[in-house]
Write a protein that binds this ligand. Sequence first.
Ligand SMILES: Nc1nc2c(ncn2[C@@H]2O[C@H](COP(=O)(O)OP(=O)(O)O)[C@@H](O)[C@H]2O)c(=O)[nH]1
Ligand SMILES: [Mg+2]
Length: 236
Amino acid sequence: MKEEDVEIAIKVVVVGNGAVGKSSMIQRYCKGIFTNDYKKTIGVDFLERQIEVDCEDVRLMLWDTAGQEEFDAITKAYYRGAQACVLVFSTVDRDSFKAVESWKSKVENECGTIHMALVQNKIDLVDEALVTREEADDLAKRLRLRFYRTSVKEDCNVSDVFQYLARKYIDQLNEPEVTVNKVEPAASCQKNSETPTKLTHLNKTSQPTNNGNISLHQPKQSKRGKKSLVKGCMLL
Ligand SMILES: Nc1nc2c(ncn2[C@@H]2O[C@H](COP(=O)(O)OP(=O)(O)O)[C@@H](O)[C@H]2O)c(=O)[nH]1
Ligand SMILES: [Mg+2]
């Protein structure tokens, strides 16, 4: 028998210059695969993965820019309604580092202020680095962004990025009710018990708006019991 449930869904856009590893990151996180063959992403809207935060199912929909980073009009449509964003640059591509701020602005122009993380990908290529650790740190500080160094190839720190964004989003949902509906976390969820506040407004169904600040809650059959598409990459 299926249990009727409501799920939190978060649209996450992954942006940055071409070839920094955006598509690879999404594939790695959602499918657990990595390929060295550089293929321009064509026709993919998003992949998704379900995780658990504070004992709540969270469905992350990771939107790729379909290899059309250079076409503003097209990518704008991808940003619409996003609630979180990953800004990616590559360790071995200085231009991609310099472009981070403009990617941030593009997303903010379309979505308003949403949760963001800065990601330096390809840290396995550190010997060929064209961006110093210090300047990357400085950028993160200046833009006030949580900063992650990842290697999609080596599957290093990728999950942390999305876990962080999901957590920020859940915290935001919980904010108005922090003092109202505190419950003890279930024993099985000790790892995620740092915010022991139960979500109570999950039965609302609201649509995302262009400023990206309204939650996208989709009533849905519960997927409890099949949390992740990637068994070897469990977060929780
Ligand atoms: N060495 C290394 N290569 C990577 C990494 N992530 C992606 N790549 C490679 O970088 C190239 C571009 O990746 P892709 O995901 O298509 O970039 P996108 O244009 O930003 O979507 C591909 O050849 C990937 O295999 C990484 O962490 N390390
Ligand atoms: Mg791509």
